[in-house]
Design a protein around this ligand. Structure first.
Ligand code: FA5
Length: 344
């Protein structure tokens, strides 16, 4: 039995020594140490031994089991280390390889135009005011001298939510809201950027949703010359010192008198070309002196206070500035279009 155990030990240690993978090693563990393993099989014959021999053989069997166990464990550790080294070798990262460039975004051209105009006006002491896009009929129309049934409402057909609620058709309601907050005390000097909505059919120059910037200055002794000076500053800031403006009579129910401001065409320098439809002028915005009815409805004494207001579409300004021929480019999010203006 001793010889049998010794030969098991030698054979096991040799096989463990030669093993190259964990699976075979595991099989060897079962083969020698398992419940039905070779050592157990030998020990089953202990019953035939004498009393004296039994402890001697028992001790030898334990020693051999320990030796095989230790050899198995050591080998297992060696194999695991080798596997780890191999994996590390295969998964080496070459930190000197160039990285993948990440996409860098930029602000939208419309935002750039809006911020540029905001900067100009805040530099002249204006504050930025905002109002809701879902507006009441009262602020969108009535407080602006457009009572129910007024024919000029047709100029701004809206999306109605209820009889009294609609998507605002212009940023002018922010005028009325802000004046109300001032409770009849001037000055009110605000610029209001925001989204507006109209039931206009989409084409190259019209969209059912677009942006506007409104300006309002109410104080004592505000006159048409103040409006003209302010619009002149705006036009030169946007399109260059060599631009001229002209004011044409127009009509808005909330201003009296009302004007449209044109700017001299940059392409032909006012001589006439296809861009300005051979007039030398390009229409830019609507403006006027705040109608006394609007001042009174907002709680201002129209004998004491006067003011001017203007409203423009940043899309139109961006189109003129950059020669963009279709307003829909602003909304379709084609990055090839947008990217051209990231630095503007
Ligand atoms: C108004 O909306 C007035 N509230 C402006 C105003 C304010 C006048 C204060 C007087 C005093 P108008 O409807 O003309 O006016 O629109 C102003 C600008 O919005 C236009 O010059 C144009 O640039 C832009 N606009 C109007 N409709 C559309 C549309 N469907 N798509 C894109 N831009 C539009």
């Amino acid at each position: 039995m001793k010889e049998r155990l010794q030969s098991i030990k030698e054979e096991a240690l040799q096989q463990i020594e030669d093993v190259k993978d964990s699976k075979t090693l595991q099989d060897l563990r079962v083969k020698y140490l398992g419940k039905k393993g070779q050592i157990t099989e030998v020990l089953k014959g202990m019953g035939n031994l004498s009393k004296e021999e039994r402890p001697v053989i028992g001790q030898l069997a334990n020693e051999i089991r320990d030796a095989i166990t230790e050899a198995l464990d050591t080998k297992q550790e060696t194999l695991e280390q080798a596997a780890l080294q191999q994996q590390l070798k295969e998964e080496t990262v070459d930190v000197t390889l160039p990285g993948k460039p990440s996409q860098v975004g930029g602000s939208h051209l419309l935002m750039n135009v809006i911020r540029d105009i905001e900067d100009l006006f805040t530099g002249m002491g204006y504050e930025i005011a905002e109002g809701p896009e879902v507006e009441t009929d009262y602020y969108n129309f009535e407080a602006l001298n457009l009572p129910k049934g007024h024919p000029a409402r047709d100029m701004q057909d809206s999306f109605y939510i209820t009889e009294e609620l609609l998507m605002r058709t212009h940023t002018s309601p922010v005028q009325a809201r802000t004046m109300n907050k001032h409770e009849g005390r001037g000055p009110v000097k605000i610029i209001c950027p925001g989204k507006v909505y109209r039931r206009d059919t989409d084409d190259a120059t019209h969209s059912h949703q677009f942006t506007q910037i409104e300006g309002l200055y109410v104080d004592e002794n505000i006159r048409m010359s103040d409006l003209k000076g302010t619009l002149n500053t705006l036009a030169k800031h946007l399109f260059g010192e060599d631009r001229h403006i002209r004011l044409r009579p127009s009509y808005f129910p909330f201003t009296e008198p009302s004007v449209e401001m044109d700017i001299s065409c940059k392409v032909c320098n006012g001589h006439g070309c296809s861009v300005c439809k051979h007039t030398g002028w390009i229409e830019m915005l609507g403006a006027g002196l705040v109608h006394p009815n609007v001042l009174e409805m907002a709680g201002f004494d129209s004998e004491k206070y006067s003011g001017f207001a203007f409203g423009m579409g940043p899309e139109r300004i961006a189109m003129l500035k950059h020669g963009i021929e279709d307003i829909r480019h602003f909304y379709t999010n084609d990055v090839r279009f947008l990217k051209q203006f990231h630095q503007v």
